[in-house]
Write a protein that binds this ligand. Structure first.
Ligand SMILES: *Cc1c(COP(=O)(O)O)cnc(C)c1O
Length: 478
């Protein structure tokens, strides 16, 4: 048993409680007091440090492994961002101090304000709110803004169009905001303007907007964007841009200029802040001028050289997250953007696309690549005939590489979707290619050989359905 409870020894302790610490029993009303003390592990500090350090080493992480998880941008998280966000002026600030007039939180408010301005500059949008706490939360905010827009002009439009190459959270967010979803089938990996026109005609007068991931989850830039934008704007429907993975277009294309009305970004992907277990996330939502009145409150404003919070937006969709979002994440993203500057951000896009295309090219002869075109920051491939993407993914773990995303997007057979990111070296990419070649050769020799992988990790294969259905996130107390 690998829990901290197994290491517990009665009477052992690593905390010293001051004898003059306030006595909770006297401060809390009796109905809030526990009847019995909690069962806690009794361990020395060293036991605790070793336990959690060793647990953390059983995980894959960007700090330890190449992590080409498509659509999830596991780029390196520079350590100086942690230093900046941990400055006591930020960490010791209570969020409500920002409400207490001029002098208390000017620096923090300025960070939020400038982050919003920089995101506007990067995307070509009019305004941003940093409040959403994750990408999907930003999507929910964004589609709620679309709903508010139509409501405001007195229209009841119920349909959001979503291409089959969109990210899976898109339909989920749209449904949560009360929309019905109409799927647009792609053609050659692209949104097909004719399929779009047909969908608009089929749902006449009822289309509120369309959500697009671009480059899409096949790693391809849409080639019909101007036509798509026109078709939607002609019926006063709005265009949503899923900008979770902006790596390929940073400094190259501004989605506002391209005609998108609302966008969310993932600071915890594109802007190098940690995610997964290392989160929290941040999914700022940006809008053009006609959606501005509906943005979440409070908004950060600058007046007469002072920063303040303004709640006075009667058409706002309200709060979408607590306070002002993931403040520390915004600070990290701000530091990242300022450190790279415009030129550095454009170079991110160049290297992200270069690395993905290099990897795709080098794997062409062992994987089936369904789209021959130059890709953006990621690409999709199918496992060779007779082999399973799952087995290849598990075999990669044995060789010290995190697996690419598998079986997504759904429209690609036995899909392996890889995003190397701009922060990886050629040597790392080459080592990954060699590992994949070796695995595929092994699988060809003996199709059952890969079925056992991973062999070297603390856990083998999971029942993933059961793990999701009967999730247990606390340590076993028994
Ligand atoms: C990751 C991702 C999301 C969702 O972001 P979360 O922070 O995980 O909620 C949405 N769209 C795309 C394209 C993504 O890659």
């Amino acid at each position: 048993m690998n829990t901290i409870f197994a290491k517990s020894v009665p009477g052992r302790c690593s905390a010293v409680i001051d004898s003059d610490a306030p006595d909770a029993a006297r401060m809390l009303p009796p109905n809030l007091l526990r009847a019995r003390p909690p069962r806690l592990p009794e361990c020395s500090e060293l036991d605790v440090v070793r336990h959690f350090t060793n647990l953390s080493r059983q995980n894959f992480s960007v700090d330890a492994n190449f992590y080409p998880l498509g659509s999830c941008t596991m780029k390196y998280n520079p350590k100086f961002l942690e230093y900046v966000a941990a400055l006591p002026g930020f960490t010791r600030l209570h969020p409500l101090l920002a409400r207490l007039g001029d002098s208390h939180a000017q620096g923090a408010l300025r960070c939020l304000y400038e982050t919003e301005r920089l995101l506007c500059e990067i995307t070509g949008m009019e305004a941003f709110s940093l409040q959403p706490m994750a990408g999907a939360n930003g999507e929910f905010a964004g589609v709620s803004l679309i709903a508010a827009y139509h409501r405001e002009v007195g229209r009841d439009r119920r349909i959001l169009l979503i291409p089959d190459s969109a990210h899976g959270t898109n339909p989920a967010s749209a449904a949560l905001a009360g929309f019905e979803i109409a799927n647009i089938e792609s053609r050659d990996g692209m949104v097909d303007p004719r399929a779009l026109a047909a969908a608009i005609a089929a749902h006449q007068g009822n289309v509120a907007g369309m959500m697009m991931t671009c480059p899409n989850t096949l790693g391809l830039m849409e080639t019909h964007l101007p036509e798509i934008v026109k078709q939607l704007h002609d019926i006063d429907a709005l265009l949503y841009y899923d900008g979770a993975n902006m790596n390929a277009i940073l400094g190259k294309m501004r989605v506002g200029d391209a005609g998108f009305d609302v966008v969310h970004l993932n600071l915890h992907k594109t802007f190098a802040t940690p995610h997964g277990g290392g989160g929290p996330g941040s999914g700022p939502v940006g809008v053009n001028a006609h959606l501005l009145p509906f943005l979440p409150v409070p908004r950060v404003e600058k007046r007469d050289g002072l920063y303040l919070l303004n709640d006075d937006f009667p058409h706002s969709i309200g709060h979408i997250g607590p306070f002002y979002g993931s403040f520390g994440v915004a600070v990290k993203a701000l530091a990242y953007i300022l450190r790279l500057g415009g030129e550095g951000l454009a170079r991110v896009a160049e290297y992200a696309a270069l690395n993905a295309n290099y990897l795709k090219k080098r794997l062409e002869d062992v994987l089936d690549i369904p789209f021959e075109r130059i890709c953006a920051h990621e690409f999709v491939a199918s496992a060779p005939e007779g082999l399973h993407a799952l087995d290849i993914a598990k075999a990669l773990l044995d060789r010290g590489f995190h697996a690419p995303t598998i079986y997504f997007p759904l429209i690609v057979r036995e899909c392996l979707m890889a995003e190397p990111t701009e922060t990886e070296s050629k040597e790392t990419l080459d080592a990954y290619v060699e590992a994949l070649r070796e695995i595929i050769a092994q699988g060809r020799d003996d199709p059952h050989a890969l079925g056992e992988a991973p062999l070297t990790l603390p856990a083998r294969r999971f029942d993933e359905t059961a793990a999701a259905r009967h999730i247990r996130i606390t340590e076993d107390m028994e």
